[in-house]
Design a protein around this ligand. Sequence first.
Ligand SMILES: NC(=O)c1ccc[n+]([C@@H]2O[C@H](COP(=O)([O-])OP(=O)(O)OC[C@H]3O[C@@H](n4cnc5c(N)ncnc54)[C@H](OP(=O)(O)O)[C@@H]3O)[C@@H](O)[C@H]2O)c1
Length: 258
Amino acid sequence: MSTALVTGASAGIGRAFAERLAHDGLDVVLVARDRARLERLAAELRERYGVATEVLVADLADRAQTQEVCHRLADEDRPVEVLVNNAGLGQQHPFLDNEIRREEAALDVMVRAVLLTCHAAGRAMRARGSGRIVNVSSVASFTTSGPYSAAKSYVTVLSEALAGQLAGTGVTVTVVCPGLTRSEFHERARMSLPGVPRGLWLDADEVARQGLADAAAGRVVSVPGPQWKALSLAVRMAPRPLVRGAGTRLVERLRGRR
Ligand SMILES: NC(=O)c1ccc[n+]([C@@H]2O[C@H](COP(=O)([O-])OP(=O)(O)OC[C@H]3O[C@@H](n4cnc5c(N)ncnc54)[C@H](OP(=O)(O)O)[C@@H]3O)[C@@H](O)[C@H]2O)c1
């Protein structure tokens, strides 16, 4: 029986990844800060799918706690075959109005923790000659919508680079770039999204299903949903000044200024 470790498993897209992996028969290691939610999910997955579960409480903005996750990934006696790096967050205020410690914490979760866990898991998987790394980025990684886009660009580029470095080793790396997805993300960041067409929204389950299917097929970049595939292609082909203008307007709109 294989084991998967999912960060940000207590809610939203991460929870959906954990459910689908358990559905597919993998044991799961659930990582996030909220112990009660993780334990409830662990009990549910054990009951429903008969898999083994572990709860690993960690604040990924904290270097020492992130190191504990890395130790778990490097543990050769309990190999982790699938790593899903999913934990992430938006901000409640625009960059220059925000407290810098909040921006730093977000960077630590979405960049430093991804770097450290990819390094730990990548080495262990390469030594075993098998494994799968799935990093959750965003279509925002193709745009210029503030530090969040910059952090997600890092995730996308790191994943593409690592996929190249690990080619032929039996280890694959897939970066999943969802568009707007129903989860707790926007509420936590107090983003209002009036007027977003219903057809643009994705379900977390669909993101997880498509992301894992693309990872199984060895795809490096996964953009779930035909609407977001088309939009992200348009963004990647568009002249950068146009992308910058649209990025600025989008941030203002998400902040409810327009
Ligand atoms: N929703 C969207 O529209 C959307 C679109 C594109 C990409 N994404 C990306 O998808 C990923 C999942 O987001 P979501 O939409 O599922 O959001 P969500 O429902 O708010 O879930 C976020 C998850 O991340 C965990 N997390 C946040 N800060 C953490 C920290 N310091 N340490 C450990 N875990 C932490 C949360 O758990 P605890 O609070 O228990 O720690 C929670 O499990 C993120 O990387 C996000 O950037 C989301």
